[in-house]
Design a protein around this ligand. Structure first.
Ligand code: AGP
Length: 612
């Protein structure tokens, strides 16, 4: 997720662009850059790191000109570096992009054949060359039509803005799957990824929809669909204050990121699930070379929420790849003289890629000759750099300390890995593989449905339970780790003591805790252990326990004993963790809001624990 801005009008473009990028820095901060156009000359400044570095590179003089584009990067392809920073240039064309071009490798090869020299590691650069090449063909319609022609060559997601010295005063922008909002001013226009970048200048905004592009010249905005059909859309007025706008209108980043999960899961699967062959393609694993072929067991190591995804990963790897899989905490692994060697694939899971304990585990495994695969959300982070191969999640920056979209994208990456290894080893059950490949592409839609269908009921439940001191979360099998995750979410943002337990374990101790003051949250999908879990709940109910049940198919018996039943859609039982996690995130969020805690920055916690 990157931040893009564009401006054309009478102001100093570099000032408008820098202000806009500052309001979008939460979307990415690996590197930044701007380009302006004056007297037929394109000027570019780029800098690695935060925007302060770009501001320093601009100096007091800056870049003059009343038209320009700017970008703050969250790396997806290519490490953070000046060479990979946007804007990217091809001759007299300069471009910025937010998204993922899935077919950029073959486009690079095609362009090389046409004599274009590719100088960055990014997918974006190919778009600037394609548009330059199209303009060189001299067809009518200039930059607008050249951009339209190029869009048909691209596969993937993009919000792009392009400028050429051949048409001073004109910007062209196009949208597919990642956001573009246009700001309407008096004789001036603005382009941005998100509203916060515009509010200082205008509150009249116009969102592009997927499959639309726009030509902007001064205060004139012309919008068409990719096939050229004119679009007539009236701007709307935005009333948000700037801080609310950064949260997309949500009260907290945490709620915004909970709602970003459908898109984050789509972006993590993008280009990796071949629907036609029902196969999962993970070229990232090629970096392991032939070491993968000698693997006899796996070990997944992580901390906190990532450790919960690792626990689900154990079920996934043993069910799909039929390979013994251990799980350990990052903080414990290196102290147990772990039995790992060149026949063990060590998988480390980390959103930040900077968790000291997880990094130490990676190093301990490499010392023992084990190949290491990282599942990480931050390109070029310490763990990503040290691992032998990296499978990136594409959740975008996760601002709230409590991990939500990072968690569900970690699960998504683990499912893709399990399916890929199961196919590669030939050990996956063919029916299970077909079921899961078909089901996983539906997950984003089902997550969206859960968010729409359950949020109000969960917010209401939170008011009933927010003043209790203890919670018990129960789950079985592949869903037991989700009970642990739900308990952690509640603990870390509402400060209520909560424990996750295997439902079958309750009678071996925790049942002593059950009374009318102990809400019990139970994950009870209609799977093979539904009946057994229902029996556990009867034990809870008979002792006065208050039950919140999350299920994909409640029967009368469950409804008769549960105080609240949250219904979610059905999916493959193997993929249920991806759906069950969502109501638990919402419950933790709304209980915390009821209790008035600092939801995005809970006490005592840090987003990334870089100390051991
Ligand atoms: C979870 O909500 C917390 N933010 C914390 O447990 C986190 O998952 C853990 O510190 C691991 O962080 P990482 O994924 O960046 O390695």
């Amino acid at each position: 997720m990157c931040g893009i801005v564009g401006y054309v009008g009478e102001r100093r473009a570099d000032r408008v662009l820098l202000n806009g990028l500052r309001k979008l820095e939460y979307r990415g901060y690996d590197s930044a850059g701007i380009a302006t156009l004056v007297d037929g000359e394109i000027q570019i400044r780029r800098a690695v790191g935060k925007l302060d570095n770009l501001e320093e590179a601009l100096g007091d003089v800056g870049l003059v000109g009343g038209i320009g584009i700017g970008h703050t990067r969250w790396a997806t392809h290519g490490r953070p570096s000046e060479q990979n920073a946007h804007p990217h240039r091809s001759g007299d064309v300069v471009l910025i992009h937010n998204g993922i071009i899935e077919n950029y490798v073959e486009l690079r090869e095609e362009l090389a054949g046409d004599g274009y020299e590719i100088i960055s590691e990014t997918d974006t650069e190919v778009i600037s060359h394609l548009i330059h090449r199209q303009l060189e063909r001299g067809e009518p319609g200039g930059l607008f039509e050249a951009t339209r022609a190029v869009l048909s060559l691209l596969t993937g997601s993009y919000a792009m803005v392009v400028m050429t010295s051949r048409e001073p005063g004109v910007l062209v922008t196009a949208k597919n799957s990642t956001p573009v909002v246009l700001g309407v001013g008096d004789g001036e226009s603005f382009i941005a990824s998100d509203i916060p970048a515009l509010l200082e200048y205008t509150r009249d905004v116009l969102f592009l929809e997927d499959g639309e592009l726009a030509r902007i010249e001064g205060g004139k905005i012309e919008v068409t669909t990719f096939d050229g059909t004119p679009v007539d859309r009236e701007p709307r007025r935005v009333s948000w204050d700037p801080v609310t706008a950064q949260k997309g209108g949500y009260k907290h980043f945490l709620l915004k990121e909970i709602h970003e999960q459908p898109q984050a899961i789509i972006d993590t699967m993008r280009g990796r699930v071949a629907q036609d062959t029902a196969d999962v393609v993970l070229p990232e694993l090629d970096a392991l070379g032939d070491r993968l072929g000698g693997i006899e067991k796996m070990c997944i190591v992580a901390c906190g929420t990532a450790w919960h995804s690792a626990l689900v990963g154990k079920f996934i790897m043993e069910r799909f790849a039929r390979m013994p899989t251990e799980v350990d905490y990052g903080s414990e692994f290196r102290y147990r003289d772990p039995l790992v060697d060149e026949k063990t694939l060590l998988i480390v899971v980390s959103q930040s890629g900077e968790t000291a304990d997880t990094l130490a585990a990676l190093e301990a495994a490499q010392k023992r000759g084990a190949p290491v695969l990282a599942i990480c959300n931050v390109v070029d982070s310490s763990i990503a750099r040290k691992a032998d191969a990296v499978l990136y999640t594409h959740a975008g920056p996760e601002i709230s300390v409590a991990s939500t979209k990072a968690f569900t994208t970690q699960l998504t990456a683990l499912y893709l890995l399990g399916l890929h290894l199961g196919r590669r080893t030939g050990k996956i059950d063919k029916d299970l593989e077909a079921e899961c490949i078909q089901a996983i592409v539906e997950i984003p839609r089902l997550v969206e449905q859960i968010l729409q269908d359950t949020e109000e009921a969960i917010a209401k439940d939170s008011r009933l339970f927010s003043q209790t001191d203890d919670f018990l979360y129960l789950g079985r099998g592949i869903n037991y780790p989700i009970a642990l995750e739900g308990a952690l979410k509640l603990k870390e943002i509402s400060y209520i003591h909560a424990e996750g337990y295997p439902a079958g374990e309750m009678k071996h101790g925790p049942i002593a805790l059950i009374d009318e003051f102990m809400p019990v949250v139970v994950l009870i999908p209609r799977d093979e252990v539904y009946g057994k879990t229902l029996s556990n709940l009867k034990e809870v109910e008979s002792r006065g326990g208050r039950i919140i049940a999350i299920t994909d198919g409640a029967d009368d018996e469950l409804r008769s004993i549960a105080e609240s039943v949250i219904e979610i859609p059905q999916t493959s039982t193997s993929l249920m963790p991806l759906l069950l996690a969502i109501p638990l995130q919402l419950l933790a969020y709304y209980v915390a809001v009821e209790r008035g805690t600092d939801v995005d920055q809970p006490r005592n916690l840090a987003k990334s624990v870089t100390v051991e």
